[in-house]
Design a protein. Structure first.
Length: 315
């Protein structure tokens, strides 16, 4: 029986894939896992979630992080929805099945050591702040309260145009806005996000960027042993080119399933450029007058290059 919750994995082979959670216990890790094989930290082989009507609970007594903040284990406390949860290196977001979960980066873990360092920095600044407080206090009292800069929706659309984010759609909810569409790189969004914050506009980011998708595809291929594959965007939105040698294998069907369930991926093409590489290699041998000393052939979809003083006639 399925629950009313879903999980979105943020790293590993199933990065950015959403799955509806079943009711009851569910295991994630490298032993008897129910969702995906995921190597864990802290010497763990697995951790256990309990999905109930009232929420999703962690049954394994381990320290974990919520939005980068270390969180002690509490058996009777459900995991929060909509926040990045990091359990032994497995990062995910939990949400209601009817809600869209954003593409999120994994936040840096914040440790007690970080806190002590920040306290020392804060302490060194407090003295200067106290010394300046008398000078600026009277100015603040005389100055009117700062108001958020005014804006119109037309201003926001103009900013989109100036930042060349032509594939982004805005859906307004009062003064707040939800963002949808595609972009080339997450860095392209930074100026626009800064503008929204400056105008005090709360936004919900559901934009999918090609660099995130390419990274997710690469994670899946690497996890299944397909290395040295060059991934580039295709001619249509959501389509990608996989350039390299991908031999037929039963595990490729698993890879295809993961790719099809990766947000933002509509399809892909596989280009085996090994023939071009062989031609380049043969040209180099000819240029260096070594072509008579090698034999280049293809067998079972694998290119072979053997030395042995073969003559031109024998080739």
């Amino acid at each position: 029986m399925l629950s009313s919750y879903k999980i979105k994995l943020l790293n590993g082979a199933m990065r950015n894939r959403e799955l509806q959670l079943p009711m009851g216990n569910l295991t994630i890790g490298t032993e008897d896992n129910d969702i995906v094989y995921f190597p864990l930290e802290q010497g763990l082989n697995q951790f256990l979630l309990d999905i109930r009507e009232e929420g999703v609970f962690l049954l394994s007594p381990v320290e974990f992080w919520i939005d980068g903040q270390p969180t002690p284990y509490e058996a009777d406390q459900s995991l929060p929805v909509g926040k990045v949860i990091d359990i032994a290196g497995c990062c995910f977001i939990i949400g209601d099945i009817d809600h869209t979960l954003p593409l999120s980066d994994v936040p840096e873990r914040f440790s007690a050591k970080n806190r002590r360092k920040k306290r020392l920095i804060l302490a060194s600044v407090i003295g200067a702040a106290i010394a300046l407080s008398g000078a600026i206090g009277s100015y603040v009292l005389r100055s009117p309260k700062a108001e958020p800069p005014a804006f119109t929706r037309a201003d926001v659309y103009q900013q989109l145009k100036e930042n060349k984010l032509h594939a982004i759609t805005l859906v307004w909810h009062g003064k707040n806005v939800a963002l949808y569409g595609r972009c080339e790189s997450t860095t392209d969004l930074t100026p626009f996000f800064y503008y929204l914050k400056e105008k005090n506009i709360f936004y919900y980011n559901n934009i999918i960027c090609n660099n995130q998708i390419i990274s997710a595809i690469n994670d899946i291929l690497t996890e299944y042993g397909y290395k040295d594959i060059i991934i580039t965007k295709g001619n249509k939105p959501g389509f990608f080119l996989l350039s390299g040698y991908i031999p037929p294998s039963p595990k490729w069907s698993e890879v295809e399933n993961l790719l099809l369930n990766t947000p933002g991926v509509a399809g892909w093409e596989i280009h085996n450029n090994s023939n071009n590489k062989i031609n380049e290699l043969a040209s180099e041998f000819k240029k260096n007058k070594l072509i008579n000393y090698v034999n280049i052939f293809k067998k079972n979809d694998v290119n072979h290059c053997c030395g042995g003083g073969f003559s031109t006639e024998r080739e």
